[in-house]
Design a binder for this molecule. Sequence first.
Ligand code: FUB
Length: 328
Amino acid sequence: MEKTTKQNEPLVTHIFTADPSAHVFEGKLYIYPSHDLDHDGPSNDNGDQYAMEDYHVLSMEDVNAPCVDHGEVLHLRDVPWASQQVWAPDAAYKNNTYYLFFPAKDKDGIFRLGVATSPNPQGPFQAEKDYIQGSFSIDPAVLVDDDESAYVYFGGLWGGQLEKWQTRTYQADAEGPAPTEPALGPIVAELSEDMKTFKNEPQEISIVDEDGNPILAGDEDRRFFEGAWVHKYNGLYYLSYSTGTTHKIVYAVSENPQGPFVFKGTILKPVIGWTTHHSIVQFKDKWYLFYHDCSLSDGVNHKRSVKFTEIQYNVDGTIQTIDPYGDE
Ligand code: FUB
């Protein structure tokens, strides 16, 4: 009998997967994860342990249906500009085309964002020859808005190199702001009609507290670290992201896709493993959080597994906090 998929359990166990970006395409749930590699190489704050080389696409006909692995859909060797580390991807649909957005290090060891295309949501994807000009750092997440304008959100601290781009040129020795200064926000750029170039200069997003004060770099329970995701609920834009060092998924809300966003609270408490990374998607009449943890590998940080769970909104639009192991 085919295995059904259960909430809060790994979607697949034959490979390690992480950083899930979930979308509903053609009436099915498609998940675009990183494909973690099992290896004994170095592990450090630079993220060298995340040595991924390819992408697989997963899909589910329904939330309790078997999860299908569509196999390798893009490999590092087929990305002409990239040298290593294909990290957290996302996908989008526009112009009758499916676009896979992904970060990788270029030949100089600098993270850039690439794009690859396919006529099908399950790939395979064909990479563009060069990275998106003007792109930097990691974790692209794309929102195609109701009016078809498309925005890519990106950025990540430490190994994701966001600190090194504060002047908008790469400075290898640059460090982040002092704890009492405003934190670095994620970056947003509107995409051109062809989805392969930025329409304008990338802008830093401002995240503020309920009084309008910027979230500070030392406020590690609330400041942006990596893994931005934007979804729309009741006409408002919800920016959610990982706090990195405090291992939470938190969120902030705005009336504008480019912010400023007002901090609201925690969506997901820490999972097993250092990184936490998610996406939020509506499927039929329910909303789901896709996330990862390291339970399948007993806590090995670079051997992660994608899971999902339902999320609930309160009547005021806030999201109820999830304890990933609450029922155990
Ligand atoms: O998977 C590699 C990196 O780990 C991602 O880009 C980050 O968001 C973190 O999950």
